[in-house]
Design a protein around this ligand. Structure first.
Ligand SMILES: NC(=O)c1ccc[n+]([C@@H]2O[C@H](COP(=O)([O-])OP(=O)(O)OC[C@H]3O[C@@H](n4cnc5c(N)ncnc54)[C@H](O)[C@@H]3O)[C@@H](O)[C@H]2O)c1
Length: 255
């Protein structure tokens, strides 16, 4: 097979491109927004936290476009996509934890709240962002899943929500393959962010913590996740990657 492009100038790989990044005011989302901007892109940065969005905008400049919305609002996805202009990259990064609650201690509010953010908000944004991508014949969606889909290292609501993210990712990849749109996911191990990893269950702490402490590699800085997300978002290096759930965990999933 003939190869025409042998190298890529990374500092320009997102030149002229708009990316929607959710949860973009903290942790992995902020690091990803920063890398997309560094490499030429414009980022529609979606988050709840207005003060953190403003601080990032002051630091990153006008190609960081803050949009303060709660992604669980039913109209949020349409509002974001309509306001963004054509976004050929969507990084569905938003996510919250669940206190590691096992089924016997689970309350409906935790289940509903975690699925609303981690799964339903992602589905809605994919659903809103896809038609313009399909019309243009190009687009890349990167969803943020979790190590919790390879091993039990969270509560039941979070675990189920992230298995659903994997299903969403593979279904989109399968149905729109060949139409210029790719959809992949990263599954981070432990990352140093503000996500909150407090156990609200003594039982789960007793069962899970010793195993996690014995097997987990050192936590990653968010930038290491941003590198993997930007690789998948980029149509050069990842052009032939579609439907992949990539562990970004220093090998934790195989220990
Ligand atoms: N940190 C880890 O160890 C780890 C491990 C595996 C997976 N993940 C996943 O990585 C993703 C990013 O998490 P992080 O660790 O960077 O967390 P973080 O808490 O540092 O950042 C998440 C951001 O999402 C925003 N947010 C939360 N709910 C929102 C809502 N309803 N509407 C709009 N914005 C909202 C928060 O304000 C915050 O800025 C999540 O999907 C998380 O599940 C993280």
């Amino acid at each position: 097979m003939a190869t025409t492009e042998r190298s890529v100038d990374y500092s320009k790989r997102f030149d002229g491109k708009t990316a929607i990044v959710t949860g973009a005011a903290s942790g992995i989302g902020l690091a990803t927004a920063e890398m997309l901007i560094q490499d030429g892109g414009r980022v529609v940065a979606v988050d709840l936290d207005q003060a953190a969005l403003d601080a990032a905008r002051a630091r990153l400049g006008e190609r960081y476009v803050p949009v303060a919305v709660d992604l669980t609002h039913p109209d949020a996805a349409a509002y974001i996509v309509e306001g963004a202009g054509f976004a050929e990259i969507l990084v569905n990064n938003v996510g919250i934890m669940d206190g590691f609650l096992p089924l016997t201690e689970l309350d409906d509010a935790t289940w509903d709240g975690v699925l609303a953010v981690n799964t339903t908000a992602m589905m809605r944004l994919c659903r809103a962002a896809l038609p313009p991508m399909l019309k243009a014949g190009r687009g890349s969606i990167v969803n943020v899943s979790s190590e919790a889909t390879f091993r039990t290292c969270a509560g039941i609501a979070y675990t189920v929500s992230k298995y659903a993210v994997n299903g969403l990712t593979k279904h989109i990849a399968a149905l729109y393959a060949g139409l210029g749109v790719r959809c992949n996911a990263v599954a981070p191990g432990g990352v140093r962010t503000n996500v909150g990893s407090n156990f609200r269950s003594e039982m789960a702490a007793g069962r899970l913590w010793p195993i996690m402490a014995a097997t987990a590699p050192e936590e990653a800085e968010p930038e290491l996740l941003a590198r993997a997300i930007c690789f998948l978002a980029d149509d050069h290096g990842a052009k032939y990657i579609n439907g992949a759930i990539i562990p970004v965990d220093a090998g934790w999933s195989v220990v």
